[in-house]
Design a binder for this molecule. Structure first.
Ligand code: EPZ
Length: 418
């Protein structure tokens, strides 16, 4: 049965939420566990569908995966199979993160091409060029990327055209077992990259420059399994921060790391929110209607594209006009048409959205197109008059554990209906 969210508009969210581990870190850590035979344990893993998909993928590659109570234990055999099938890759793009580890360890990988999705075309060219520079031979066949490296990988100097998160990860997880030194210039600097790098270092990898635009990796012969705790989910934390501001509420976001959210929190302060960093998190408190804020999404440490739907929704009910520029994913304004169904005044011109704030939106049935768009639309329902339904709730489930329950605990009338 397909689920939807039912949102009664009007609540001012107040109370506390607890942030769990970052989806976009935990999935990559799980894939990287393939690099070392033995048992690796990943803690603080969120309770979301994507973790189950990655567990299924690792199981099909020959691992035994035990998942429960925020922990994933992965037993990795000496010999892995090396094919990631389309039925899993199409459901979760992060599946392509097995490419680097499989080429490095098994000298071969066959990974289904993920295709496009609702946020844009999302190429793989940087991943492929990077692995080719390390000596892999790669071609596409019947919808799969086929990579081989019969004599192993060797270090190389790699310059990325764009600081792609996924490409940086695939190159890093291949280079750790290559002969010699690899440098990645214009590397992604996201906290997820640092988390993955620290996991690899704990496994015995030699990596310098994590969090900077130049990462240097000195290959080692083998890695050992380890235990690692996933960093908190900065996008979920940021979503709650925007939710507090747009509903004129007061939320304490426990477990959040404010240093991962500097730009979004500064922007919220300029919208009029009182943002306080507490010993174990962040408190966002808003008394008045927010002021409009201009934003341009950029790779980290810039404003995250994953919070762009939240900032557009905030601007839709803010005082004044705003321009939001999307620089990372070409298709990420798709959900704006749904927001317009709720009465938002938004004009799109290429990768710019011009938003004129109005007092309240007007409830209507809408459809979630991806995880973040879905979360943004649920929040839009809270600032709408009447009852909003957001269809295709499964998108939201992929990134936000127990979203409806958490909203209820903050005083909102939000339910999931099957
Ligand atoms: C990761 O996607 C995240 N996904 C995304 O989160 C996030 O929005 C994105 O990074 C940016 O922060 C996961 O971690 C699973 P990229 P990724 O490679 O790695 C282009 C969410 O909602 N590009 O940095 O796919 C690409 O098309 C998701 O949780 C190429 O052209 O992002 C895009 O325009 C959605 N060729 C830009 O670069 C390539 O080879 C950034 O992509 C690779 C990327």
């Amino acid at each position: 049965m397909v689920a939807r969210f039912r949102i009664v508009g009007g609540a001012r969210l107040h109370g506390e939420v607890q942030i769990s581990g970052a989806k976009n870190s935990a999935l990559k850590l799980m894939a990287a566990a393939l690099l070392a035979p033995g048992i690796s344990t990943i803690r603080n893993v969120p309770d979301i569908a994507d973790v189950d998909i990655m567990a299924e993928l690792l199981t099909r590659l020959g691992c035994t995966v035990v998942h429960g109570a925020g922990e994933v234990k992965i037993t990795v055999p000496e010999k892995l199979s090396h094919r990631a099938e389309y039925d899993l890759v199409r459901r979760m793009r992060a599946s392509i993160n097995v490419l680097g580890p499989l080429v490095a360890r098994m000298k071969a990988a066959e990974v289904a091409l993920p295709g496009g999705d609702a946020i844009g075309s999302r190429g793989l060219d940087f991943h492929i060029k990077g692995l080719e520079a390390l000596g892999a031979q790669i071609h596409n066949e019947h919808g799969y990327v086929i990579a081989t490296a019969p004599t192993g990988l060797s270090g190389a100097e790699i310059v990325l055209d764009f600081p792609s998160v996924g490409a940086t990860e695939n190159i890093m997880t291949a280079a750790v077992l290559a002969k010699g030194v690899t440098t990645i210039d214009n590397a992604a600097r996201e906290p997820d990259i640092v988390d993955l790098g620290e996991f690899l270092i704990a496994m015995g990898a030699k990596i310098e420059g994590l969090g900077s635009p130049k990462i240097t990796i000195t290959g080692v012969k083998e890695l050992s399994p380890t235990t690692h705790e996933t960093i908190p989910d900065r996008i979920v934390a940021g979503t709650w921060a925007f939710a507090a501001a747009m509903t004129q509420g007061d939320i304490t976001i426990r477990g959040a790391n404010a240093s991962h959210l500097e730009v979004p929190l500064e922007k919220l302060a300029s919208a009029g929110a009182v943002v306080t960093t507490t010993t174990d998190g962040i408190r966002v408190h808003m008394e008045n209607r927010p002021q409009a804020i201009d934003i341009a999404t950029l790779p980290y440490p810039g404003f995250p594209t994953d919070l762009q739907p939240m900032v557009i929704t905030l601007n839709a009910i803010a005082v004044g006009d705003a321009i939001v520029t999307e620089n990372v994913f070409e298709g990420r304004f798709m959900f704006v048409n749904e927001l317009i169904r709720l009465g938002a005044q938004i004009n799109i011109d290429g990768h710019h959205a011009a938003i004129r704030g109005i007092l309240r939106l007007s409830a209507a049935p809408v459809v979630a197109t991806d995880i973040r768009a879905g979360a943004g639309l649920v929040l839009a329902g809270l600032v709408s008059d009447g009852i909003t339904f957001v269809d295709d709730a499964f998108h939201v489930d992929r990134g936000y554990p127990n979203f409806a329950e958490q909203l209820q605990a903050l005083g909102a009338d939000v339910t999931r209906v099957e």
